[in-house]
Design a protein around this ligand. Structure first.
Ligand code: TMP
Length: 209
């Protein structure tokens, strides 16, 4: 539909999103691909305000449905203000998380019905889906160890291990259900090995550009 590709990066906590996103950005730059890098929830000033609400540890009484609706409110703003205009302008869009995170966290983690999420997905996105999704995968215990070593945690990172296990299982199930779109990268090995896996995926995605 668009000239540029819409690529999303997903993963459970501590899977190494920041370093790997930096690698992807450097790769696209070296290939002279015109792209924007953004994130969810957030990506525009209004959506970043919604992000603050969602991640603030003080918001202990935030209802699960409110959380879900806020994710899609932020997404709607992000799509209309940033993602769709960029794709229309022929740019690639690299988003640190998107709707798969809602299926994983609000669906798998919180246990909200999948059809609530798919209805909102249809409403907010119409037919727009990522062209490719890179899932950074790591065993939950290892990922959470990395998060704790980082220090400061947000509202989601305060959850129990079982919450993150459900999130990882949901991501892996989404990858199984959408094998064309998903590329799973195991981030357990040393960073150079992870970059090698990532490079193979990026070579494939940029093949015709
Ligand atoms: P980040 O830590 O990757 O920046 O993401 C912020 C948190 O928001 C992370 O814990 C995952 C969570 N999240 C959801 O729960 N649902 C969503 O739809 C998105 C995009 C993120």
């Amino acid at each position: 539909m668009y000239k540029g590709k819409f690529i999303t990066i997903e993963g459970s906590e501590g899977a190494g999103k920041s370093t790997n996103i930096q690698y992807i950005q450097d790769y696209l730059q070296a290939k002279n691909i015109d792209f924007i890098a953004t994130r969810e929830p957030g990506g525009t000033p209004i959506a970043e305000k919604i992000r603050d609400l969602l991640l603030d540890k003080k918001n202990t009484s935030l209802c699960e449905d409110t959380e879900l609706l806020l994710m899609f409110a932020a997404r709607s703003q992000h799509l209309n203000e940033l993602i769709i205009p960029a794709l229309e302008a022929g740019k690639w869009v690299l988003s640190d998380r998107f709707t798969d995170a809602t299926y994983a966290y609000q669906g798998g983690g919180r246990g909200l019905a999948k059809n609530k999420i798919s209805q909102l997905e249809q409403w907010v996105q119409g037919d727009l889906r990522p062209d490719a999704t890179i899932l950074l995968d790591i065993p939950v215990e290892l990922g959470m160890e990395r998060v704790r070593n980082r220090g400061e945690t947000d509202r989601f990172e305060e959850e129990q291990m079982s919450f993150f296990k459900r999130i990882r299982d949901t991501y892996l199930q989404l990858a199984k259900d959408n094998p064309q779109r998903f590329h799973i990268i195991n981030t357990e090995p040393a960073i150079d090995e992870v970059y090698q896996q990532l490079k193979l995926v990026l070579d494939q995605l940029t093949q015709n550009d």
